[in-house]
Design a protein around this ligand. Structure first.
Ligand SMILES: O=C(O)C1=N[C@H](C(=O)O)C[C@H](O)C1
Length: 306
């Protein structure tokens, strides 16, 4: 009998809110974490690309994980933590450190960015992480960020590794690899959509859930989209999916998470739209086009200052 994957549903990779002088705003982060889980997210992702993890200090990263872990404990929800390093030994060390905290249900790990080690070496890398990291893994397959493409056979082999519980599928499209991946699911292994604009068709094709930055806004609608496709309610799922794809396209009009932060700020949910360099804040035009599609946040009722 097939075992149900551990990670299903919607996981929200939270943005990292900053103050006017670009310090981490812990209180705003705690509110976002609570809001997302209260709105129906299955769990959270800390330190994703959406969190500007590369621009956070080690101490800030620990704070972000601590805040998200506290919210997840409160709601009985799983936390996934991004672990991105360029080499295998550092990744194993980071995974062991994370395992020691007991904070996360899984670590989200991309292929070593920029190195392009090849598919066999990438499989060897994840095999070493699974065997020596002491922590459940979600493989983050995002070739347009890492430079490393993974074919269907490599993905299937990754899915069979003990300790690899999911892949975040973010290859920029739905293609033959996607069809193959979803056509031969390993037991207990989840395929989570990671390209927001094509999330709905990926769920229609059988994905188990999503890690979607767009769900920082309209979280309950994204959770509903996943639920509709999971129970095969195709008509309403298609309509909602089309609407949310327009939102995602607007939110990704400029580098993630700049527009999302602009919208959250316009909604009064974070104190500033500030991002850290090398990102620059999104233009008023992009924020202005995305904001109406993002609606009004349930918790705050109407846009208001934080
Ligand atoms: O941080 C994440 O996790 C995500 N990042 C992607 C990106 O920035 O490219 C988008 C995806 O929705 C989730």
């Amino acid at each position: 009998m097939d075992s149900e994957p551990i990670l299903t549903g919607l996981y929200v990779p939270l943005i990292t809110p900053f103050t006017d002088d670009l310090r981490l705003d812990r209180g705003a982060l705690a509110r976002l974490a609570d809001d997302a889980l209260a709105a129906g997210a299955s769990g959270l992702v800390a330190l994703g690309t959406t969190a500007e993890a590369a621009a956070l200090t080690p101490e800030e990263k620990r704070t972000v994980v601590g805040v998200c872990a506290a919210a997840c404990r409160e709601h009985g929800a799983p936390l996934i933590v991004g672990v991105g390093t360029g080499d295998t030994a550092s990744a194993i060390a980071a995974l062991r450190e994370l395992a020691g905290t007991g904070d996360a249900a899984a670590a989200l790990v991309p292929a070593p960015p920029y190195i392009r080690p090849g598919e066999a070496a990438t499989l060897a890398h994840f095999t070493a992480l699974a065997e020596q990291g002491g922590h459940p893994l979600v493989v983050y397959d995002v070739p347009y960020r890492t430079g490393q493409t993974l074919g269907a056979d490599t993905l299937a082999a990754l899915g069979r590794l003990p300790g690899v519980i999911a892949v975040k599928h973010a290859i920029g499209a739905i293609d033959a690899t996607t069809v193959d991946l979803l056509g031969r699911p390993a037991q207990g292994f989840a395929v989570l959509g990671g390209d927001d604009v094509v999330l709905s068709p990926l769920l229609a094709a059988g994905a188990h859930g999503a890690i979607a930055a767009s769900a920082n806004v309209r979280t309950s609608d994204f959770a509903e989209l996943v639920a509709l496709w999971r129970r095969g309610d195709a008509g309403p799922a298609r309509r909602l999916g089309t609407e949310l794809a327009r939102l995602s396209a607007a939110l990704f009009a400029e580098p993630n998470p700049t527009v999302i932060k602009g919208v959250l700020h316009a909604q009064g949910r974070i104190p500033t739209p500030a991002v850290r360099m090398p990102l620059l804040p999104a233009s008023a035009g992009s924020v202005g086009r995305a904001a109406p599609l993002a609606g009004t946040p349930a918790r705050h009722g109407a846009p208001a200052p934080c």
